[in-house]
Design a protein around this ligand. Sequence first.
Ligand SMILES: O=C(CO)COP(=O)(O)O
Ligand SMILES: O=C[C@H](O)COP(=O)(O)O
Ligand SMILES: [Zn+2]
Ligand SMILES: [Zn+2]
Length: 348
Amino acid sequence: MFNFVKIETHKFLNYYIIMVSYKELGLVNTREMFAKAIKGGYAIPAFNFNNMEQMQAIVQACVETSSPVIMQVSSGARKYANPTILRYMAQGAVEYAKELGKNIPIVLHLDHGDTFELCKDCVDMGFSSVMIDGSHLPYDENVALTKKVVEYAHKHDVTVEGELGVLAGVEDEVSAEHHTYTRPEDVEDFVKKTGVDSLAISIGTSHGANKFKPEQCTRNADGVLVPPELRFDILEEIEKRIPGFPIVLHGSSSVPQEYVHIINTHGGALKDAIGIPEEQLRRAAKSAVCKINIDSDSRLAMTAAVRLVLTDKPAEFDPRKYLGPAREEMKKLYMHKCEKVLGSAGKA
Ligand SMILES: O=C(CO)COP(=O)(O)O
Ligand SMILES: O=C[C@H](O)COP(=O)(O)O
Ligand SMILES: [Zn+2]
Ligand SMILES: [Zn+2]
């Protein structure tokens, strides 16, 4: 019934873990989801989670809006929450969605996998999708590593996301104004040689809450900072070279200024927090972009809600009294993304 994987960690002692297929957990891979999203002109939300409140908020929001969803975990999340606990949380998410009355398609995805071993571990533990991010490597090494992951993952019907081009910002230790945009002339070769199911590209987004410096922005009539536009010309060129191929956008938080304001007026100190305007994400979602990654906005929603409660009710010390409102705020944010930005609402 069970498949055991032997992990040799010691000369004399062998450890075994139970291999699970994501299908046994009620999860789905991204194949059908992406095909429908490209045809329908919308994008699937890929929300990161690290804890129970985020998981619950994602499921509640996607059930209520009837949206398919990709729940993703980074290696940092695996370290923070423990890999086994996260896997059971994803399984719990599937059961929770049913309990809430809707069997929405849920993908459990590894975000920014950096080694073959990590990706293999996730496939063996029941992930239905993995990202191998070789974007920082020389091109040929990125191809070789990605191909190796694809070969293993596809044996288990797990889909794979690769990446070409370097996102500026925290991830790659390059400063916010330096991007290495994806070279459209590489994408066809990369997709053909590796067999990946989707491709993350770099067209001006970046990770975190400081995506642009104020000097890179202009001001609109209301005095609000407007960042430079994403490189839609590169996206269009990529679409021409690999028509209908699923494209992924990382670093797509919008950094809602309401949250930044609440945080900064309740003891916080966020400086120059600027994100991707929603209008540009709406435009991207209509194209071959079929997965949009959002993590920072959820962190901002949670932090704003917690700061509000702790400032306004300094005698409060029951975590449920601040994590509960934080969960409610994240749910509102996720619903907004599905309904008003990505267009995934009603597509489950
Ligand atoms: O790309 C992301 C996760 O892989 C998240 O991006 P943000 O930091 O813009 O939310
Ligand atoms: O891509 C980065 C994601 O936002 C995950 O971030 P993390 O590595 O801090 O968990
Ligand atoms: Zn990357
Ligand atoms: Zn990312």
